[in-house]
Design a protein around this ligand. Structure first.
Ligand SMILES: NC(=O)c1ccc[n+]([C@@H]2O[C@H](COP(=O)([O-])OP(=O)(O)OC[C@H]3O[C@@H](n4cnc5c(N)ncnc54)[C@H](O)[C@@H]3O)[C@@H](O)[C@H]2O)c1
Length: 268
């Protein structure tokens, strides 16, 4: 069978480089091009030394000249939407890992994909552990009235809370069918000490060198607590999920949100 032709968007970033290396290792996939705002050369040598692929700064020009089956995007949210609009209209499937897409962005991606008979997998977290954690906390959310999320990331992360923490809170709230109970602290000596709040779930963002990405969800009930924690130690943890998404998205139409559906864990 012909390998699936993949374009990596954000190719010179931390995730983009990992994705290129992982795609090169998989005989069912083939890199056909790379796009990054920082591109200053015409060709990008592949990390396995097998070939060079065209490297552009502008995604529209790349999509006009080359015809990938899948665009894998690890950039910034505004750049994602620009690429999604152009790519879907040209029949290119989307795998989007970029954080910060709004609900309106997701709706638009779904509509674009359905109108153009292509698929999209958008996942705020491509790790298998995070997908399993989500399943577990959705179950717990039905039985515990109180819950807080502590997410821990490297100190250079630009946003807070993490996309994963917000998606986790939304999924817990949806599974529960009503907001969580939240006990306001009468005297907060340092403002913000109790964290941000989403529908009764306090979210605490830790930013320290040494962390890659960790998340702990703590539920509280009378006389008991339940903690579910996931730690990622290196960026390679995302790659099996990204590779799975590339192979599955070409068989689908419309938006699949999160890895859970692809892992048969139910909808996210
Ligand atoms: N879904 C997941 O599992 C997952 C995992 C890790 C990171 N992320 C997210 O992926 C994104 C990228 O993360 P990173 O650590 O690789 O960041 P990074 O800053 O290392 O890389 C981003 C790259 O995108 C490029 N870029 C930005 N705007 C562009 C544009 N308009 N056109 C072309 N290229 C553009 C930058 O030049 C940069 O090289 C972030 O949003 C991050 O939160 C998601």
């Amino acid at each position: 069978m012909k390998p699936i032709a993949v374009l990596v968007y954000g190719a010179l970033g931390r995730m983009g480089k990992e994705v290129i290396a992982a795609v090169c290792r998989d005989p069912e996939l083939k890199i056909v091009g790379a796009v990054d705002l920082k591109a200053d050369q015409g060709m990008l040598p592949l990390p396995d030394g097998s070939a060079e692929v065209p490297l552009y700064a502008d995604v529209s020009s790349m999509l006009k000249s080359w015809h990938p089956q899948v665009l894998v995007d690890f950039t910034v949210a505004e750049a994602s939407m620009i690429a999604a609009r152009v790519a879907a209209k040209q029949g290119v499937n989307l795998v989007i890992g970029t954080s910060g897409l709004s609900d309106d962005n997701l709706k638009e991606i779904d509509q674009l994909c359905k109108a153009n008979n292509v698929g999209a997998v958008v996942a705020p977290n491509f790790t298998i552990g995070a997908a399993v954690l989500l399943n577990a906390v959705k179950a717990a959310a039905k039985f515990f009235d109180f819950a807080e999320i502590i997410e821990m990331h490297h100190h250079e992360k630009v946003d807070a809370p993490s996309g994963t923490a917000l998606a986790t809170a939304k999924a817990m709230r949806q599974s529960r069918g009503k907001p969580f109970s939240y006990q306001k602290t009468k005297k907060e000596t340092i403002s913000g000490t109790r964290g941000g709040e989403f529908d009764g779930i306090a979210i605490h963002s830790v930013r320290l060198p040494g962390f890659v990405a960790s998340q702990e969800v703590v539920f509280g009930g009378i006389g008991q607590t339940l903690s579910v924690r996931h730690d990622t130690i290196g960026r390679e943890c995302y790659l099996p999920g990204v590779i799975l998404a590339i192979k599955e998205v070409v068989k689908r139409q419309g938006l699949i949100y999160g890895l859970n559906t692809l892992l048969s864990l139910g909808e996210q």
